[in-house]
Design a protein around this ligand. Structure first.
Ligand code: GLY
Length: 382
């Protein structure tokens, strides 16, 4: 991508989110359907315990404004990021606490940790450390993994040994917590969890599973599930994206070569199956005539490949990332400020009836992050 195209696209993104401030400041948008955002902070809606204020993507709205603050230095963007983080405080103080989950890293890394890295703000640091403690508390020492999700109904134990590939992004808050406190326990948990995931999730062809179940009492692999992908054994594209970026980040924190090799293996699998159109399907194994897409996966793969290229230069990872970002910009971006959300055709889950072909706030977040990463201007907290 030409430098000029990157800066022009970044200006369009800034314009879009500057306009969004007028309409949506003080909300927590997650999904835009037909160009209209929802608001996960609206307490008049009867959310389930984890899809309102505790929804896993709620950190990305603030994340967008933190990145825009890093890009422009405009105080109003930092103010919005902080306001959105304060809305999420209700999760620590109300019934939504019991809805918190393995995705607390997704919630407080782009908000609290990004803010602390940029400004040294102590309130932000405390929120980041609270989230890190919660994530560390989910660690299962017998199986050396961080548990995904909570009991489906209180006392119902069937998913206590479940781990998902998405966790690889969340553990960055543990590496950060060790860095900022000097206490090594957090990084020990992150590293052990990443080792368990590396050994159990990556298939011989380099694709990754979405969900693996371990024995919650004794540890050890029990079985895997297709999760949000097409089926058991298939290659859910967003899962592949979390794998590339997550292992590249664990390498950056630990310098462990096996983590880097894991990121490379997943990346090489992904590059071998990216369609010629560079439009990313929901599952790399879906019928090629099927039009299901997940542009979110495209933006996250781009971020992961740019990060990987920093550690393994010369293999063309950055070029592939640029191609993905060019395609999103030309074919899937809506920069009209009258509509909410930029990146179109995002899909939650291959078999899910809802959240198909919508805009997700985190698609826009990773699209912005990837373009800023190309320029070396992003605030990096993963
Ligand atoms: N963390 C869940 C997802 O990627 O949809």
């Amino acid at each position: 991508m030409e430098k000029k195209d990157i800066s022009e696209t970044l200006s369009l993104i800034e314009e879009k989110f500057k306009a969004a401030l007028e309409k949506h400041s003080g909300k927590l948008p997650a999904v835009a359907k037909d160009g209209i955002y929802d608001n996960r902070a609206d307490l008049s809606v009867s959310w389930t315990i984890d899809n309102g204020p505790a929804w896993w993507t709620n950190g990305f709205w603030g994340g967008i404004y933190n990145q825009l603050y890093a890009l422009t230095g405009k105080k109003e963007y930092l103010d919005e990021a902080r306001a959105s983080r304060r809305l999420m405080d209700t999760c620590f103080l109300s019934e939504y606490y019991t809805g918190l989950h393995h995705d607390v890293g997704f919630m407080w890394l782009p908000t609290a940790v990004a803010d602390f890295i940029m400004t040294g703000d102590e309130e932000a640091k405390r929120r980041g450390l609270l989230a890190a403690q919660l994530l560390a508390g989910r660690y299962n020492p017998a199986g050396e993994f961080i548990r995904a999700w909570n009991d489906i109904t209180p006392g119902e134990s069937s998913n206590r040994g479940w781990v998902i590939i998405d966790s690889m992004m969340n553990i960055s808050i543990l590496y950060w917590a060790t860095k900022v406190t000097g206490d090594p326990r957090f990084a020990h948990i992150a590293e052990r969890h990443a080792t368990t995931v590396m050994n159990a999730f990556i298939r011989d062809d380099g694709s990754v599973r979405h969900i693996v179940e371990f024995d919650a009492d004794k540890g050890g692999f029990v079985r895997d599930y297709g999760g949000q992908g097409m089926k058991q054994g298939s290659s859910w594209t967003r899962g592949q994206s979390w794998g590339i970026y997550g292992f590249a980040n664990s390498y950056a924190h630990t310098k462990r070569k096996d983590f880097l090799d894991a990121a490379v293996k997943i990346a090489d699998h992904v590059i071998s199956v990216i369609p010629k159109s560079y439009l990313i399907p929901v599952d790399f194994d879906q019928d090629e005539n099927l039009s299901f897409e997940d542009s979110t996966a495209s933006a996250i793969i781009a971020c992961g490949l740019i990060e990987l290229d920093r550690h393994v230069p010369g293999k063309g990872y950055r070029k592939t990332a640029e191609k993905l970002l060019e395609t999103l910009t030309k074919a899937r971006a809506d920069f009209d400020p009258a509509h909410d959300g930029i990146i179109q055709r995002c899909t939650g889950s291959y078999n899910g009836p809802n959240d198909r072909e919508v805009n997700f706030v985190y698609a826009d977040y990773y699209y912005l992050e990837a373009l800023m990463k190309l320029e070396g201007k992003d605030v990096m907290f993963w």
